[in-house]
Ligand binder design. Structure first.
Ligand SMILES: [Ca+2]
Length: 312
């Protein structure tokens, strides 16, 4: 071999070796491809039409509320209804027209308004308390008049069996109207909200003071016993005072229950009794300003200012 061929051979071998080394090195330093992570599938609501409720707790839980165990109600023992019996003293005596068959009586600012009954003798009167003088009178000859009360600026008067009531201007006695009812008319009073009417039975009927329609009723009872013949009435400080026809007693009645709260025994108050059996105690009026209680009777010659006190 000549010298040129040997050099060429060496260079060729060297080149081959170097190329191989470089190739190996390059191969070994080739970066490993980045392992792209397999994407986790996005959790899409699989049922978008009926999404899972956000708040799984129902707004109105259906868990039933436990029914409370009813408390044992003790046996209701009614409180004994203590009835107070009253006696009276006469404070002052006033004159009264003995022709007045008194069926209704009400006090107003120094005068009494009085309804008198009897066929042909019925009237509406304004009477001076002090001397008994009749200041004003309106005769009602075609009716047998009964209870009377004051409702603001009007006077309201009942008739016995005609089932008609009359409404008057208090100052002029001008007849303003009338109304009807289905019972007899006996006594009448006003508690600032409603008319309270008796009909001779144990029943008190409440009437609307605007429409005169019935709005309620109570039965007057002493314990369980009905008290009948409830006659002239007066509403006094939350109670109903009532004459009981043909007796010398005034009943004090609870307006809510109808129970008798007390009895005022006025036996002997009329110092001039007559033999007329119809001349009985009837007529109660009250002066709210001075707390004066007035009573009289049919054709009695006097009106009495009385004070009452308990006996028991
Ligand atoms: Ca009265």
């Amino acid at each position: 071999m000549n010298k040129k061929y040997a050099v060429f051979t060496i260079i060729l071998i060297t080149t081959i070796l170097i190329t191989g080394v470089i190739s190996t090195v390059l191969h070994q330093t080739q970066p490993t491809p980045t392992q792209t992570p397999t994407p986790t599938p996005t959790q899409i609501n699989p049922n978008p039409i009926n999404p899972t409720p956000i708040n799984p707790t129902p707004i109105n839980p259906t868990t039933p509320t436990p029914t409370p165990t009813p408390k044992t109600t003790p046996t209701q023992t009614p409180a004994p209804n203590t009835i107070i019996n009253y006696t009276y003293t006469v404070v002052k005596t006033y004159p009264h027209d003995t022709s007045a068959f008194t069926q209704g009586l009400v006090y107003d600012n120094g005068v009494l308004f009085e309804s008198t009954g009897g066929f042909g003798d019925s009237s509406l009167r304004k009477v001076n308390l002090e001397d008994g003088c009749i200041l004003q009178q309106y005769n009602i000859p075609n009716y047998f008049c009964e209870g009377l009360t004051l409702v603001n600026d009007t006077l309201v008067q009942l008739t016995w069996q005609n089932q008609i009531g009359f409404i008057y201007n208090k100052e002029t006695f001008t007849l303003l109207g009338n109304f009807s009812y289905k019972t007899e008319g006996w006594g009448l009073t006003f508690d600032s909200n409603k008319l309270i009417m008796s009909d001779g039975s144990a029943k008190l009927t409440f009437l609307d003071p605007q429409t005169y329609q019935k709005i309620g009723e109570i039965n007057v009872l002493e314990g369980n016993t009905p008290i009948t013949n409830i006659n002239e009435l007066e509403y006094i400080n939350g109670d109903i005072y009532a004459n009981i026809w043909l007796t010398q007693k005034i009943a004090i009645i609870n307006p809510q229950t109808g129970q008798i709260k007390g009895w005022i025994d006025l036996t002997g108050i009329n110092q001039h009794p007559t033999t007329n059996p119809d001349s009985v105690l009837n007529g109660i009026a009250y002066d709210q300003q001075t707390n004066r209680l007035f009573v009289t009777g049919k054709n009695w010659p006097n009106i009495y200012h009385i004070e009452i006190k308990p006996l028991n």
